[in-house]
Design a protein around this ligand. Structure first.
Ligand code: PRP
Length: 191
């Protein structure tokens, strides 16, 4: 498609550009690199599938250029509950592949919405005796937070609108959109 992408007509407006994401990712990686400069064993990045894959890939590379070494782990969780509303009860679909005892863990998340997923995940990881657990989240919807989560590193606070892109989906689509945009209401009204 020479004249644009398949999703152009579905996006109402861009709220965070590719350039902004790139700059913010470098900035967050710099902060983490400074804070973990002396971390024994480097950093264990834990990506929460699927939304965080884009950020994980870019953040890990930015961190690698300026910080200590890191390793990657992936978890998949799903919250019980109906539709888009999180219930706070989380089911593990894919667990860690290795022991995290004594490791410096950084959870890599795309978005903190209600905070329920992260709140559960932090407790879960902390119960496995790591040296530390912190969170880096690229986006946060402040109005929607039901559970305060100590998210040490946050990229952008975004409005509570229906946003997609850079990992964020609507019915599993739009994750590959390279920026974050607001979905046109007609798109979710017709499904
Ligand atoms: C999203 C996001 C977080 C969670 C945040 O995942 O990646 O993990 O929701 O919501 P909360 O703060 O209200 O708990 P989702 O369950 O949509 O799965 P996905 O990453 O596969 O899209």
């Amino acid at each position: 498609m020479a004249d644009g992408s398949w999703y152009d007509a579905d996006i109402d407006r861009v709220i965070i550009s590719e350039e902004q994401i790139r700059e913010k990712t470098e900035e967050l990686a710099k902060q983490v690199a400074v804070d973990y400069a002396d971390a024994d064993g480097g950093i264990l990045l834990v990506c929460v599938l699927k939304g965080a894959v884009m950020f994980m890939a870019d953040f890990a590379r930015a961190l690698g250029r300026q910080g200590p070494s890191s390793e990657m782990e992936f978890m998949a969780v799903s919250s019980y509950g109906s539709g888009t509303a999180s219930s706070g009860v989380v089911r593990i679909l894919k667990d860690l592949d290795r022991d995290i005892t004594g490791r410096h863990v950084v959870i890599v998340e795309d978005i903190v919405d209600s905070g329920l997923t992260l709140s559960w995940l932090m407790k879960y990881l902390q119960s496995r005796q790591p040296a530390s657990v912190e969170v880096v989240a690229l986006f946060r919807k402040p109005e929607a937070i039901k559970v305060p989560v100590p998210t040490k590193y946050v990229g952008f606070d975004i409005p509570s609108e229906f946003v997609v892109g850079y990992g964020l989906d609507f019915a599993e689509r739009y994750r590959e959109v390279p920026y974050v945009g607001v979905l046109r209401p007609e798109v979710y009204a017709r499904s």
